[in-house]
Design a protein around this ligand. Sequence first.
Ligand code: KIV
Length: 323
Amino acid sequence: MSLTEFSAGAPLAPRGVSLPKVTVPALGEMKRQGKPISALTAYDYATARLVDEAGIDLILVGDSLAMVVLGHENTLAVTVDEMLHHTRAVRRGTRRALVVADMPFGSYHGTIGESVANAVRFLKEAGAEAVKIEGPRVEFVRALVEAEIPVVGHLGLTPQSVHRMGGYRVQARSIDAVLQLQADAFALATAGAGAIVLEGIPREVAAAITAAIPIPTIGIGAGPDCDGQILVFHDLVNLTFTPPAKFVRRYGDASALFRSAVEHYREDVEHHAFPSDAESYHLPESARRLFAIDPDGAGARDNADAVVNRDAREEMNEEMNQA
Ligand code: KIV
């Protein structure tokens, strides 16, 4: 295993640029200043570090992890405990970005009391700085604000409603639906949500909502006029094994990179090309003689029978302790 640590005095992100910690009020300030908000999902320590050090403003531990990390067909199966587990890992890898945890399906659909108790766990046990919930759950948003829990709303194509919607379909395609969506966004903002994700809606609708409400909108498949943009990390780097949705832009091909690295490694192992002598640990020179190790490493083998007497073992131990 390799050891990865934040070295003392490491820059927060990106290198050489000192950026202040992103908070929910800071997102509102970015909207007021017309500064675009960048957001990505992450589900583990390594990707959270990469995303954070690249200067992304908001990291969402999305329930999309059910699909892209855990291999489920949709997002419904992931549990609070699984989300907490991944949120903790992301928390450990993040210094600057705002860490938002998705509340999974079923965790905020009972009583308000139970739902708030579940939300509390994300801040208390996993270090999230806000939770995200899907749908116009205005009363719950009010209760979260009352409980000092910052909340990000999510409207439009809400994946937890996949069965009600009859699939992943673009939403707000009738006048009534557009008016309802605008009213929902306004109600969430009034109830105290810190931002709203707008997913899978026409560009024009997202633009109108963005202009009308005082809190930031973060779009995914909602066009370029939102206050910020979010993508699923695995979509961004081609790790999803499915054709991308229309709104996805692939910025890298991790599948090709990982595949080639893994195949190359397998070939090297099969051809005795890995590890090399330089990638091996060695006994001190004098002890090597006792084992008759070929110094070139070719065909090296230990000869434990050479170390038959106690004196030789003690001599070797002494040398190794000094090495
Ligand atoms: O779970 C998720 O990744 C999300 C984003 C698509 C916004 O909710």
